[in-house]
Design a protein around this ligand. Structure first.
Ligand code: NDP
Length: 285
């Protein structure tokens, strides 16, 4: 292996440390930060994600409220909870854990969250702010990736950046953030012809697909920086990314691991967004 590891777990720990100080300062000024998490249904995976988020809040001194609803909950009930949380003075961030059960329209729920409390950055107002270079909340995963690249000293201005995957929560906002950092951006997806032709041009390659080890070393330009957003299970049931780590690390200059890369950063950026929301609310109070 020749690539240097970009250690997301270590950077996330540093960010949590800073968050602890920010939360304490806000609380001392009478603005204790608060995050509400809405969980509908009994998905094991969602329950684990939510538990991590609640624990992270406790660790840094952010107050949290968990709204846990059964799988058969109707849309109106979820919207009522969101509207109540929009008005709650002790709550500065609202996160609705996705996916929601089929009877609930995710878009309607997301658009009901006050943009000022939309710490996931999924509301159309925040997506639009990102698109037009205005202040807003950035989705946690691509925001975390940008922090990792900055911390690793990766020069983005003028770089060829290739993002594989165009979801609203990762690929598309990632492309917008890289563009805002003056990279030349290519956004690939399932209909892209000859994916490897694009990935081999990348100085910075971001994989956000959801297919175990699909990006192999021969698809990577020597010396490229490779960020693996994917979270998949390999043939032995072990957590792995979208990048075949072994072959990619032999070619790349820097690479993020799975686990211990983007995942911890996503969690850390939720805390950062919640504190940003609290500081804005405190400034306005
Ligand atoms: P989605 O399923 O919403 O999007 C996947 C994207 O990959 C789509 O745009 C799809 O294209 C594209 N795609 C699928 N197959 C191919 C292919 N063969 N070649 C090129 N592109 C392809 O996934 P998410 O964006 O939500 O998540 C992506 C991965 O990141 C998952 O593994 C997920 O678990 C992980 N993830 C990790 C997070 C973390 O904190 N580490 C947070 C969020 C997600 P098309 O649009 O054409 O269908």
């Amino acid at each position: 292996m020749s690539a240097t590891i970009i250690d997301g777990a270590a950077l996330a720990a540093e960010i949590r440390q800073q968050c602890t100080q920010r939360a304490a300062a806000l609380t001392a000024r009478g603005h204790r930060p608060g995050l509400a998490v809405v969980l509908v249904g009994d998905s094991q995976a969602s329950a684990v994600y939510v538990r991590h988020k609640i624990n992270d809040c406790a660790q840094v001194g952010i107050h949290s409220e968990l709204v846990q609803l059964p799988a058969h909950t109707d849309e109106q009930t979820v919207l009522d909870h969101v509207r109540r949380l929009n008005e709650a003075p002790d709550i500065h961030g609202i996160l609705v854990q996705l996916p929601l059960p089929d009877q609930i329209a995710e878009r309607r729920v997301i658009e009901t969250i006050s943009p000022a409390k939309d710490v996931d950055g999924f509301h159309v107002a925040n997506a639009g702010a990102l698109m037009t270079g205005q202040r807003g909340f950035a989705p946690c995963t691509p925001y975390g990736v940008m922090h990792m690249l900055a911390h690793a000293g990766v020069e983005l201005a003028g770089a060829e950046a290739v993002v594989v995957g165009r979801s609203n929560i990762v690929g598309k906002p990632q492309a917008m953030m890289l563009l805002a950092a003056d990279a030349t951006v290519t956004l690939c997806h399932s209909r892209t012809r000859d994916l490897a032709e694009h990935t081999r041009r990348a100085d910075v390659l971001i994989a956000a697909v959801g297919r175990a080890k699909m990006i192999t070393g021969d698809m990577i330009k020597p010396g490229a920086v490779v960020v693996d957003v994917g979270m998949n299970r390999d043939e032995n049931g072990r957590l792995c990314g979208d990048v075949d780590f072994e072959s990619a690390a032999a070619v790349a200059s820097r690479i993020t691991p799975v686990p211990g890369g983007v995942g911890p950063m996503t969690r850390a950026m939720l805390l950062v967004n919640t504190l940003n929301a609290t500081e804005i609310a405190a400034g306005a109070a």
